[in-house]
Design a binder for this molecule. Structure first.
Ligand SMILES: Cc1cc2nc3c(=O)[nH]c(=O)nc-3n(C[C@H](O)[C@H](O)[C@H](O)COP(=O)(O)OP(=O)(O)OC[C@H]3O[C@@H](n4cnc5c(N)ncnc54)[C@H](O)[C@@H]3O)c2cc1C
Length: 296
């Protein structure tokens, strides 16, 4: 079943391949795929799902998900076109689909400091708030003031950052099934040259250490207390281990790259093997940071 159902302001397509919308370039199809461009589109999408009793999944930039090969039942709401960014003094408000990198660049242009850490995180603002994304000593929690969210009935309200239970790569947004419509960051005036220099330094570090030339979902695992994931995987001799098209990166063992034609099944088998070997050698149970969604 392929087609387009027009709603007042957004289009909902059917049977859409999610590999075209995720960084790993794999995964099955979405039954319904709604590209939202406004808050009203988001509300219409929520009501579309509600009316038909269909599950709703939000997809931002797709940089932290592995979609299983059977795809996603129900409705996928795709947010990257909901991307306005506005400024008021030292506060930047960005819609949920805005690229976090663009918000970081906007802060740099305005001479505002606090979002330099985010200059290479390839997610949307919504995905970054949900994940409390962070890098190089900074995290969303440090700069987020509040988020505007929609619940599964289409109601919209504001939640203060302190009430989002932001922790290491987690928040209460998934549990509450909220959709992040926008987020407000409070920054501080800074030295534009220093901000620029810091962003260049972090970009260099990423290019040196991460396999950015291949599709991946970034770091697959959370960092366990007192350990570093990459070195543990490397010490198990797993760099370069390949299952199907999925490979433990030879550049950064915490990444799994798609070397061509990988399936979610390949990725998940490799994740299980890494977990098993790391547990065997170090007694550490690795937990995935990446969200694994959809059906086999
Ligand atoms: C090369 C590379 C480098 C990376 N480096 C980092 C890094 O340094 N630090 C870091 O923390 N992460 C990093 N990541 C992971 C990823 O970029 C972040 O987790 C990012 O915040 C995910 O945003 P997204 O829009 O891509 O989310 P998606 O992958 O689309 O979704 C992730 C989760 O958030 C939910 N979600 C997305 N948008 C919304 C919304 N608007 N409302 C409600 N729920 C939503 C989804 O349902 C899903 O559960 C990296 C990834 C890659 C590929």
């Amino acid at each position: 079943m392929k087609g387009t159902t027009m709603l007042p302001n957004c289009d909902i397509r059917t049977d859409v391949p999610l590999k075209d919308y995720t960084f790993t370039r794999l995964g099955g199809n979405a039954d319904y795929f709604s590209t939202v461009r406004s808050i009203e589109d988001a509300r219409q999408t929520v009501l579309f799902a509600l009316d038909r009793d269909l599950p709703l999944t939000v997809l931002g930039n797709g940089s932290n998900v592995i979609v299983r090969d059977g795809g996603i039942r129900g409705v996928v709401m795709y947010t990257p076109h909901l991307s306005a960014i506005t400024v008021s003094g030292t506060q930047i408000t960005a819609e949920g689909g805005a690229p976090l990198i663009s918000v970081s660049q906007k802060a740099r242009e305005l001479g505002l400091t606090g979002l330099e850490f985010a200059c290479g995180i390839p997610g949307s603002v919504g995905g970054a708030v949900v994940m409390n994304a962070g890098a190089y000593g900074g995290e969303i929690k440090d700069v987020l003031t509040r988020a505007c969210v929609m619940d599964e009935n289409g109601d919209i309200f504001t939640v203060e950052a302190a009430d989002l239970e932001l922790g290491y790569r987690t928040s209460n947004i998934e549990k509450n099934r909220w959709i992040v419509l926008s987020a407000t960051f409070d920054l501080k005036p800074g030295d534009p040259k220093a901000i620029q220099a810091e962003m260049e330094r972090l970009t260099r570090l990423r290019r040196e250490k991460q396999p950015l030339e291949y599709p991946s979902c970034g770091s697959v695992f959370k960092r366990p207390k007192g350990h570093y994931v990459g070195p543990m995987i490397e010490a198990c001799g797993l760099k370069g281990l390949r299952i199907g098209g999925a490979e433990v990166s030879t550049k950064h063992a915490g990444f799994i790259v798609n070397k061509g034609g990988a399936t979610a099944k390949d990725y998940l088998a490799l994740i299980d093997e890494i977990k098993r070997r790391v547990y065997e050698k170090f007694g550490v149970k690795l937990e995935t940071e990446v969200r694994i969604i959809g059906e086999d």
